[in-house]
Write a new protein. Structure first.
Length: 192
């Protein structure tokens, strides 16, 4: 398990033993129980999280209601860019929806690692650009689709979420009430 980040980085560049050790020391891997908050609203984000096993939900509370804006599963990064970059309080919670294993990516340790091994910075920059580009595409597709289209896209792109998270969280993520999601699911199963 400890070598997961080393294995991932090895997909991009050949690593020597010193570089492998640097990654292991900079980014600890920890086990968390379901319901653990990795980041709470109001805290300033100092860490990013790479999900190795499990699911992290990103949500805010608006008018007493939870608004889910993301789910991060195996080998996806959960990052509050705004809070981290601007040293400002988070508007979101990052909470595990199931027991999980997560790599903790601390910004200070990451900066020190890049200074020691400059080529890591370029690899991470390219991967970050890909991640941000995909995020922008997802947001655009989401805002230009109907709830039924969003659900069908979720079934196509991330079918594992359907059975991993409660329906009310899925409904919130899709921007509908749980009853609406039930109707959408029923109509789709009737048409299949």
């Amino acid at each position: 398990m400890e070598n997961t980040l080393v294995e991932m980085m090895s997909n991009f560049i050949d690593l020597n033993n010193e570089e492998k050790q640097g990654i292991l020391e900079a980014f600890p891997i920890k086990t968390f129980k379901k319901g653990t908050d990795l980041l709470k609203e109001g805290q300033v984000a100092k860490d990013a999280f790479l999900v190795i096993k499990g699911c992290v939900r990103k949500y805010s509370i608006e008018g007493g209601e939870e608004k889910t804006t993301g789910f991060f599963t195996e080998f996806q990064s959960a990052i509050n860019f705004d809070s981290m970059a601007n040293n400002s309080p988070s508007k979101y919670y990052f909470t595990l929806t199931e027991d999980g294993i997560v790599a903790i990516l601390n910004s200070e340790k990451e900066t020190a690692l890049y200074k020691k091994f400059p080529r890591f910075g370029e690899v991470c920059r390219v991967e970050m650009e890909k991640m941000l580009g995909a995020s922008q595409e997802d947001l655009s597709a989401f805002t230009n689709s109907t709830p039924k289209e969003r659900y069908l896209n979720l079934l196509k792109e991330r079918p594992n979420l359907i059975n991993r998270v409660p329906q009310y969280q899925l409904a919130s993520y899709l921007g509908v009430k749980p009853e609406t999601l039930s109707r959408i699911r029923k109509r789709i199963s009737i048409n299949d």
